[in-house]
Design a protein around this ligand. Structure first.
Ligand code: FO1
Length: 312
């Protein structure tokens, strides 16, 4: 059974810890968002690729969900205190090794996919991890006071305080799916949308030309990232209104209606099951807040179960 998972950052990584327990990782391709990528101190940082790599590779900072465990910040402190470099986005000492390897490969003419292969192999990942594109893209936020910020400037730099007027993936028009992405989707028995941010994680993957049409031809199931009208983590509730989508499991499923076949919702959203089924979706209702890998495995099982079940 070949599986493709579309993934963002922390929520996706938590879900993937369960997914790899219920499928053969050798049959799994994870397509990760690169709209969060940012160039800092001359280094190419890919937060969502790294969050997935560190979490599934066993080296993530457990409380943060991003960055390395046992991290230190000697270099970041020196950059700030001795060299007066910007310090709003902290790169830890161990994390820097990843960005140095990635940047070295890119500087040598390699692609982001090639760099990802090297890093994933070093972390012993048993599934295939690919960026959504190897082309330069960046998620941009236009705030209601008229400024245009890089996603990280808004999310980290300004603590997501400024109200958002618009969100888009800069560079999308010229971006091509990374090698193997469309082939993996075409060959997949099922494509799973991880419970990631519908705007700046799943939405950005869908913005890469070719991916959304490919999903329309595939069996696609997803896990709602919204529970009882709220996010489990992150800031989707701050961004969904800017895209005209209500903050609800039902509204997010509707926004995927042109390609979605099944949707897993939390027990708190049981009342969404009937309208979702009227949309023609297969629906599973279960505990979706992934407090442990066991829960994540049951959520993954519920999602995969929709792929084989007839539309109920
Ligand atoms: N998030 C923060 O709130 N503050 C940081 O200084 C920070 C640094 C950082 C460095 C590397 C990395 O991969 C992620 C980092 N993040 C930080 C989290 C990052 O903003 C998020 O992981 C994603 O971009 C959104 O899911």
């Amino acid at each position: 059974m070949s599986i493709v998972a579309l993934a963002g950052g922390v929520g996706a990584a938590r879900f993937l810890r369960g997914l790899v327990r219920v499928v053969d990782p050798a049959e799994l391709t994870v397509v990760a968002n690169t709209g969060d990528d940012i160039r800092l101190h001359g280094l190419h940082v890919s937060p969502d690729l790294d969050t997935i790599t560190y979490t599934l590779g066993g080296g993530v900072h457990p409380a943060q969900g991003w960055g390395r465990d046992g991290e230190t910040t000697a270099v970041a402190t020196e950059l700030r205190d001795r060299y007066g470099r910007p310090a709003w986005f902290t790169l830890g000492d161990r994390d820097l090794a990843t960005h140095l390897v990635r940047t070295e490969i890119l500087a040598g003419g390699g692609t982001l996919s090639e760099a990802t292969d090297v890093i994933a192999a070093a972390w012993g990942l048993e599934f295939r991890l690919v960026p959504m594109t190897d082309d330069p893209v960046a998620t941009r936020i236009r705030t209601t006071d008229g400024r245009t910020l890089h996603f990280q400037e808004w999310w980290v730099g300004e603590r997501a305080a400024p109200p958002v007027a618009d969100v888009w993936l800069e560079g999308a028009a010229g971006a091509r799916p990374a090698p193997g992405v469309l082939e993996a989707i075409a060959a997949a028995d099922v494509v799973v949308l991880c419970p990631s941010n519908p705007v700046v994680s799943i939405g950005t993957i869908l913005a890469v030309p070719g991916i959304r049409p490919a999903l329309r031809r595939a069996c696609v199931v997803g896990v709602s990232p919204i529970v009882a009208g709220a996010v489990v983590r992150g800031m989707a509730d701050r961004l969904l209104p800017a895209t005209g989508t209500d903050v609800s499991a039902l509204a997010v499923a509707r926004s995927y209606a042109d390609f979605l076949d099944g949707w897993v919702v939390d027990r708190a959203d049981e009342d969404a099951a009937a309208p979702l089924r009227q949309l023609g979706l297969a629906v599973a209702v279960t505990d979706t807040v992934m407090t442990t890998p066991d829960v994540a495995a049951s959520v993954a099982g519920a999602a995969l179960g929709l792929a084989t079940a007839p539309a109920t």
